[in-house]
Design a binder for this molecule. Structure first.
Ligand code: ATP
Length: 888
């Protein structure tokens, strides 16, 4: 069968589509973007728009759907959210200038990791694209946010064939929207665990040649216009070069534009930071809660009191990467203290920061040629705030706050002041979004433009004047001068008055109620006006572009300024959180102590309803209080106390004040957590498997400088297995590296409290409750010593578990406490809420079944004896007999 003959347009479409097979092609036709074939079917389903077809009457109708080009962003956003890529194909010549078919080209490809449009971005979150690569014995990741120009990389030594876990952890922690990997990783069994770890993420596999070190190096050198990569400190980092080179190639292939705003690549060393793997970030709910995965209830929701989107993004970076360098941390403390000591200045600062727009994203967008006049105005208004902002900051005299740590900012301020002045004189305050319809440039900025403006303005007054004159001359009350794109200017007269028009009126169109005419004179003036208007629009566009180019020339300075402002904003936000929530400045000690007096959980203290938060103190060290074994009833607050210690340490090391009356903390190198029971079924792991994997990770990687949080281990398996594992892990951590590792261990296995008898650095604690009448009141207080009661049944009752079950559970528990648990019958003792009499019998029977034969014999002896007929001596002998029978 022969191929159906294509129209020239469809042939052009297919030709372009061939080059963008993995993207949905938005093909511009007039005021619409059209999609065809499989793209149309897929997009129509996702966008919930009508799927129609082209060439309906032909043998092979083509499925098609379309969206208006002005609303394209919204539709693109939805496709991207659904994991699609979109290639935007525009008409690149005026339809009127085209000979035959209009020339079309793909002008950019939008992928989840390549988004610039602010309507598609979350303002307060970086949109990262990551590439992973391995060269010889090195592995690295490169990370870019194209919307801000942030470009970083880190490289580590690797041992095995796959990508080291530490790097995967780092990649996941950055929560990338898209990950670039070399193609061979898609199927190679050596990378199965990598693929498993990245399950659910958007992965784009690229040809291995894009990762080739030498090509990547050349690409980066060309991009940054340097001779070597020494200046960035990555010259000797082959895997980093490979990953960063792949990112750069991807940007070039998808954006097809200048990326001046990506002006540097910053390497970082994982050792510079407190290591928090992705699971720990998740378990401790640093950036999102565990249930709904949104910000509510997370630590960041409490800490982030920044005034700008730039600050909001930066505080997340600080939280993901707490520091280990004491001087750096203390410097942040000092800045926060300084702001808290100057509340008036702090308040002024917040007001000023609020009027600074997102300089990072504005600067990036403009430098990629995508900024409009409104963006330049926002930029100008932000730059105009800088002098006052700096005079406020200078009064605080702190290197992190006055910029002296970065560079001397005086010339920078002058440079940006000039730029703001230029935008101010050039761009009209009421400039529209669109760039080709004029109205962009102020009067007086360009004499040439002023002249064209006056012609088109005169034209408008000419219309008003002519309308009045013609009305008078003809005496036709309905006469009006109007304009449309088809006829240009014309005279409209009502149907009834139309026969009375003068002879020189030339009829152009007849409508139901009116007739339309033109005159020769009118057409002459019209051509002058319209050509002036066209020239004006074109000139305005050119003038706008030249102003925008000057902004682009200053993009690097703008971005550096943005970074500095973001830092100031994070510090002021932390100062605000500290003063509003009553946090204190922690002291850093070198004695390996974590001593927190009256500490609180920063999130729980805000969220609890109907209860006052009870602060708790904790004191850990490497000598005597290394492992704190915390027992206590369900719901008492064990997890809360564990998490509050971990969060306090993280907050302190990110440079923030902490929720405590006072705190003396040593710097830890890594925090490990084994908390909750998060299923990872989608990645093919059971709850217990995840639990054991986390445990293995801890015991294999913890050092004496780490902090370990174990909230129950062994819960996902049988009691004996679980308890044995918990016991062995506690012992191992006690002796780890001969020194042990600081561990907070919450458990319901009360047997574990015996460990403290034989292990000098294990201490027992419990969370107290008060009992009365078979009820309990939670005191929430952490106290010395262990407890051997869980009060699980009382808590179950509080949770609304039916009375029958509670009673049954109590009987079972009594039986277990008195006998060997293996004797518990499989059947419940109370099957249904039967009558009181019948139930009692069942319970009694059930109890009997629980006893060993010897114990049953003893019970029988007791039942049969008549105490009233016994002498005291008989009684003693009876007791003696019983003891003998019992073998005691
Ligand atoms: N110090 C405190 N002050 C006030 N309320 C608290 C405190 N600690 C915990 N709570 C409240 O108690 C609830 C239960 O705490 P948590 O989950 O820590 O208990 P748990 O002992 O770990 O329970 P389980 O053993 O059942 O997991 C928390 O959600 C919080 O509302």
């Amino acid at each position: 069968m022969s191929e159906p003959r294509q129209t020239p347009m469809m042939a052009q479409y297919l030709d372009i589509k061939e080059q963008y097979k993995d993207a949905i092609l938005f093909y511009r036709m007039g005021d619409f973007y059209e999609m065809f074939h499989e793209d149309a079917k897929k997009a129509a389903a996702i966008l919930e728009i009508a799927l129609t077809s082209r060439n309906k009457n032909e043998d092979a109708p083509v499925p098609m759907c379309g969206v208006p080009y002005r609303a394209a962003d919204t539709y693109i956003a939805r496709l991207i959210e659904n994991g699609c890529k979109v290639a935007v194909c525009d008409q690149v010549e005026e339809a009127s200038a085209a000979k035959g078919l209009v020339k079309r080209e793909v002008v950019r490809v939008i992928t989840p990791g390549m988004i610039l449009n602010e309507t598609l971005l979350d303002q307060t979150t970086n949109n990262f694209l990551i590439a992973l690569s391995m060269i010889r014995d090195r592995a690295a990741l490169a990370c870019l946010d194209i919307s801000t120009g942030t470009f970083t990389t880190c490289e580590i030594l690797k041992k095995g064939a796959g990508i080291p876990n530490a790097l995967i952890d780092e990649a996941l922690k950055l929560d990338p929207r898209e990950i670039l990997l070399p193609e061979h990783m898609e199927k190679d069994p050596a990378f199965r665990s990598v693929r498993q770890a990245l399950t659910g993420r958007q992965i784009t596999y690229l040809s291995p040649s894009i990762f080739r070190e030498s090509d990547a190096r050349d690409r980066l050198i060309e991009k940054f216009n340097t001779i070597t990569l020494n200046g960035f400190g990555i010259d000797q980092m082959p895997a980093a070069i490979s990953a960063a080179g792949a990112v750069t190639a991807y940007v070039q292939d998808t954006q097809m534009q200048d990326t001046t705003h990506i002006f540097q690549i910053c390497p970082y060393d994982l050792e510079q930071f407190l290591k928090l793997d992705e699971r720990t970030c998740r378990n401790l709910e640093l950036l999102a809660n565990l249930q709904t995965r949104d910000k509510k209830g997370s630590l960041i929701s409490i800490l982030d009191k920044t005034a700008t989107a730039m600050g909001s993004r930066k505080i997340k970076t600080w939280l993901r990467h707490p520091l280990v360098n004491r001087e750096e941390i203390e410097l942040r403390f000092e800045a926060i203290q300084m702001l808290m000591d100057a509340p008036h200045l702090h308040k002024t600062l917040i007001t000023l920061l609020k009027s600074v727009y997102d300089l990072e994203r504005l600067g990036s967008k403009v430098s990629m040629g995508q900024g409009n006049a409104r963006d330049l105005l926002a930029l100008k208004n932000s730059l105009l705030c800088l002098p006052e902002l700096f005079s406020t900051l200078n009064r605080l005299d702190h290197p992190l706050l006055n910029g002296s740590r970065v560079q001397d900012l005086t010339p920078v301020l002058a440079q940006l002041g000039n730029l703001a002045g230029l935008v101010d004189t050039a761009i009209r305050e009421d400039a529209p979004h669109v760039l080709n319809e004029g109205g962009l440039i102020n009067d007086g900025y360009s004499p040439e433009l002023d002249e064209l403006v006056s012609v088109s303005r005169d034209g408008k007054s000419w219309i008003a004047k002519t309308q009045a004159e013609e009305k008078e001359k003809t005496g036709l009350s309905s006469l009006k001068i109007k304009y449309n794109k088809v006829f240009g200017y014309f005279i409209e007269v009502s149907k009834t008055q139309a026969p009375q028009v003068p002879d020189h009126y030339i009829r152009k169109q007849t409508l139901v109620n009116a007739e339309r005419f033109i005159t020769d004179e009118m057409k002459e003036v019209e051509s002058k006006i319209l050509s002036a208007q066209d020239k004006r629009n074109a000139l305005e566009y050119d003038l706008f572009c030249s102003v925008r180019d000057q902004v682009v020339d200053n993009a690097v300075t703008i971005l550096k300024m943005a970074d500095f402002i973001a830092t100031v904003d994070v510090l002021q936000g932390l100062a605000r959180t500290a003063s509003e929530n009553g946090y204190t400045r922690p002291e850093i000690n070198d004695q390996g102590r974590i001593a927190i007096t009256h500490g609180r959980h920063p999130v729980v203290e805000k969220l609890i309803i109907g209860e006052r938060y009870v602060p708790n103190s904790i004191d850990m060290d490497n000598e005597q209080n290394q492992i704190l074994l915390i027992t206590g009833p369900n719901m008492a607050g064990k997890s809360t106390v564990l998490r509050q210690v971990a969060l306090t340490v993280i907050m302190a090391q990110m440079g923030a004040f902490v929720p405590a009356q006072n705190a003396s903390l040593c710097l830890v190198d890594r925090i490990f957590t084994r908390v909750g029971a998060l299923d990872n079924l989608s990645a093919g792991q059971s709850t217990f498997m995840v639990e054991m994997e986390e445990t293995a990770n801890i015991v294999n990687n913890a050092t004496p400088r780490s902090l370990v949080i174990l909230d129950e281990i062994g819960r996902g398996t049988s009691t004996y297995d679980g308890m044995s594992i918990a016991w062995a892990v506690a012992r191992y951590l006690h002796d780890l590296a001969g020194k042990g590792v600081k561990t907070l261990f919450a458990t319901h296995y009360h047997e574990l409290i015996r460990l403290a008898d034989t292990h000098p650095r294990i201490r027992n604690f419990h969370i107290a409750v008060k009992e009365f009448n078979d009820n309990i009141v939670f005191l929430r207080q952490l106290k010395k010593g262990g407890t051997n009661k869980s009060y699980g049944i009382q808590v179950a009752r509080l949770a609304g578990v039916p009375h029958e079950i509670i009673e049954d559970a109590k009987q079972i528990m009594t039986a277990i406490e008195q006998t060997d648990p293996r004797q518990i019958p499989h059947e419940p003792h109370v099957r249904k809420p039967a009558s009181g009499k019948r139930r009692k019998k069942n319970i009694a029977d059930g109890q009997m079944e629980l006893f060993t034969p010897k114990e049953t014999e003893l019970v029988e002896m007791l039942k049969q004896v008549d105490i009233s007929g016994m002498t005291p001596l008989d009684g003693l002998n009876f007791l003696n007999d019983m003891k003998k029978k019992a073998g005691i």
